[in-house]
Design a protein around this ligand. Structure first.
Ligand code: ATP
Ligand code: MG
Length: 327
């Protein structure tokens, strides 16, 4: 069966003054119905830009320069604004990383939460209100009826984040794109949201593209993981393989940088040296080379393509796949 979402050779650039700076280069991955795919990578690696492009929501300076974004076989990158509007919220819903911009300050939570259901599903106001309350409760909000009557500024950041999650789920989307949906939540609520997403995957076959920095969340929920670095995919595998046997030096460094509950606190946590290069879109060859333990002298540093050592697995580093260990 073809994937529900299939991103193929995606190229995104941003206008900076007179020139176009590539932000995402040749990114490809699939999300199947009933599957949770996690997109991970350091800040500035192109995760949000990739997600925003699916719904045509890049800022004015941003542009999809190439590739396809196939949803149910339709290339979203070629649709008009009106056509995309029919898909947004209903077929594909998104939880934005920046929640401050996602709720309208002058309308109550109830009116914002019920709007999509009335518009897209044609349900009555009363029915939408009941469903809104039910969804809020499922995200762990206790006094849902009261919260429905409040304005966004009257809620804490964590409450607003849960309202956004309820809103995204309200039209029963086939695909949910969630950009850091649990960052403002404490661990118990985070656990509840993870369980909610899992049950929607299992019961409704909802697909999820989940962007997160939290490897604990990935371990808990993801079926497959795509690792991005400097605007490219560097590794992809099923979650278990990726977490237990990461191959690419960047993925391995990411895993080493995850704090563990029982770590010796007198030992400093590993930090990946350096940072994502600023104008990475202009680099040739391996973009991780300046930070890689194998260093700038790596003989494979000019080889810049994804290799598939096994079905469902991709890695951009031939040396890692050769079985050599750098750690
Ligand atoms: N509005 C913009 N104008 C110009 N360049 C942008 C814009 N938004 C993103 N970019 C470029 O795209 C790159 C990727 O940004 P993106 O927001 O996708 O990163 P991210 O992986 O989501 O990071 P984070 O984990 O911090 O959310 C940035 O490094 C920046 O160069
Ligand atoms: Mg982001």
């Amino acid at each position: 069966m073809p994937a529900l979402l299939s991103i193929r050779d995606l190229e995104i650039s941003f206008r900076q003054g007179k020139r176009l700076m590539p932000a995402v280069s040749g990114v490809s991955f699939d999300v199947n119905a009933g599957e949770i795919v996690s997109l991970v990578g350091e800040s500035g690696s192109g995760k949000s830009v990739t997600a925003l492009s699916v719904l045509g929501l890049l800022s004015r300076q941003g542009k999809v320069q190439g590739g396809q974004i196939l949803f149910d076989g339709k290339n979203l990158a070629a649709l008009s604004e009106t056509e995309l509007d029919r898909i947004r919220g209903k077929e594909i819903a998104m939880i934005f990383q920046d929640i401050m911009y996602s709720l309208n300050p002058v309308f109550t939570i109830g009116s914002q939460l019920t709007e999509g259901m009335r518009r897209h599903l044609g349900v009555s106001g009363e029915e939408a209100w009941r469903e809104g309350k039910r969804l809020l409760s499922r995200t762990g909000i206790r006094d849902a009826e009261q919260v429905m009557k409040k304005y966004p500024h009257m809620l804490s950041g964590g409450m607003r984040q849960r309202v956004m999650i309820a809103m995204a789920l309200s039209c029963k989307p086939r695909l949910l794109i969630a950009d850091e949906p649990t960052t403002a939540l404490d661990v118990t609520i985070q656990y509840q949201i993870i369980q909610l997403l899992k049950s929607l995957r299992d019961e409704e076959g909802m697909a999820v593209l989940l962007i997160t920095h939290d490897i604990g969340v990935v371990a808990e929920i993801a079926d497959r993981v795509v690792v991005m670095y400097a605007g490219q995919c560097v590794e992809e595998a099923d979650a278990e393989t990726l977490l237990s046997r990461p191959a690419h030096p960047y993925t391995r460094a990411l895993m080493r940088a995850v704090p563990g509950l029982h770590d010796d606190r007198s030992v400093l946590l590993y930090a990946i040296p350096g940072r994502v290069p600023e104008q990475y879109g202009l680099m040739t060859g391996c973009r991780f080379a300046p930070r890689c333990p194998w260093g700038e002298n790596c003989p494979d540093k000019e080889k810049d393509r994804l290799i598939s050592p096994a079905p469902g697995r991709l890695c951009r580093c031939p040396r890692a796949l050769g079985g050599e260990d750098h750690a």
